[in-house]
Design a binder for this molecule. Structure first.
Ligand SMILES: *Cc1c(COP(=O)(O)O)cnc(C)c1O
Length: 363
């Protein structure tokens, strides 16, 4: 056993979730000497939604990946990418990000003792995400351009300088993100009929589809879901069939005009019999509010999956009784502005329970 092998790989018998690289070790690109860099990501809740089930006539579940250690599904890929970077002897990692990738890269690099630099579009990053990169000690560079420009800079850097690129063009990211599909099947005891998720750079839909196909090929599940991906209307290159040079949407995590995994996303939709379509910012915001009123505070971009569900329902495209999983990719606390926007200030009261009771309509 190498000096770096963690005790929990073999000896943790608590039953508490041990992180993806341990839980799915036999399906991961790791060997006995791979250092396991983990924050115990994954194992996120699959939440049955009575409300959405009743509304749609389907059996709707929410895969809440905002419950990951840094608040988004990006941790699933980052535990693998950073572990492999460390195994390969890298000293520094770099990524372009709309915010969540940089938060995850900064956290996992800090855990691994690596240096991280993140390149973000100037002025387009939610405060919570920027705070994460900064607090974990990453060097933040704001590029005068959008996400696609930031990724170009990072690819060029990684080509010509000794630094490891940990964007989802790094295959280890996709490897790690397959685990969301496996968890869903493990939690449901079967594959869903429909799998709905937001699409930005399109790595996640690629990874989920790969995950389902592998479980299917290995006989763990006996059917495959239809993959339905949703882009924001102002950032919907796949739907339009052409690169969007100035993508625009309030859903900043999917504000991407030239997705790196574009062809794989199209293949996922086509091969599964699903689709990639667009939802408007208005539909996303309505879905964000609706799902929060039902107990789940998800990041705005992630609720594109719920907006898509509602739109498909209204268009009569949901088979009655189907088992549907909507992925919520990030946590609402990443960008609380959207929760507060338009809300009234809390009422101020004196230290007086009777006063509080009158305000609450209890007296
Ligand atoms: C990164 C991200 C997405 C988009 O995922 P892709 O793999 O780029 O398609 C969606 N939602 C959230 C919250 C994200 O952080």
């Amino acid at each position: 056993m190498s000096a770096q092998a963690p005790v929990d790989r073999a000896t943790d018998r608590s039953g508490v979730w041990r992180g993806l690289l341990v839980e799915y070790a036999d399906r991961m690109p790791i060997g006995p000497d791979t250092p396991i860099v983990t924050l115990r990501e994954g194992g996120t809740p699959l939440i049955h939604s009575e409300f959405l089930s009743e509304l749609t006539g389907c059996d709707v579940h929410i895969k809440f990946d905002g419950a990951n250690p840094t608040g988004s599904f990006k941790d699933r890929g980052m535990t693998v990418a950073i572990s492999k970077a460390k195994e390969a002897g890298a000293q520094a990692v770099i990524c372009a990000s709309t915010g969540n990738t940089s938060a995850a890269a900064a956290a996992y690099a800090a855990k691994a003792g690596l240096t991280a630099a993140v390149v973000v579009p100037k002025g387009k990053i939610a405060l919570g995400k920027l705070a994460q990169a900064v607090v974990h000690g990453a060097t933040v560079l704001q590029v005068q351009g959008n996400f696609d420009d930031a990724l170009d800079v990072c690819r060029d850097l990684a080509d010509r300088y000794p630094v490891e690129l940990v964007n989802s063009v790094n295959p280890y990211r996709i490897d790690g993100q397959r685990t969301a599909a496996w968890e869903i099947c493990d939690q449901l005891g079967r594959a869903p009929d429909l799998h709905l998720l937001p699409v930005g750079n399109a790595g996640n839909i690629t990874a989920h589809w790969r995950g389902y196909r592998e479980y299917h090929a290995d006989g763990v599940i006996d059917s495959l879901p239809l993959m339905h991906g949703f882009q924001a209307a102002g950032a919907s290159p796949i739907v339009r069939g052409e690169r969007v040079t100035s993508p625009s949407t309030i859903a900043t995590a999917i504000r991407i005009g030239n997705p790196a995994s574009w062809p794989f996303a199209v293949a996922a939709a086509d091969e599964s019999g699903g689709s990639i379509t667009a939802v408007t910012d208005r539909q996303i915001l309505a879905a964000f509010r609706l799902i929060a009123r039902n107990g789940v505070f998800a990041e705005l971009a992630s609720t594109a999956s719920i907006a898509g569900l509602l739109r498909m329902h209204e268009a009569g495209q949901l088979p009655r009784g189907a088992t549907v999983v909507c992925v919520l990719t990030g946590h609402g606390l990443k960008d609380p502005e959207w929760a507060i926007a338009g809300a009234a200030d809390p009422t101020t009261i004196p230290v007086d329970a009777d006063h509080a009771a009158r305000v609450l309509g209890l007296a």
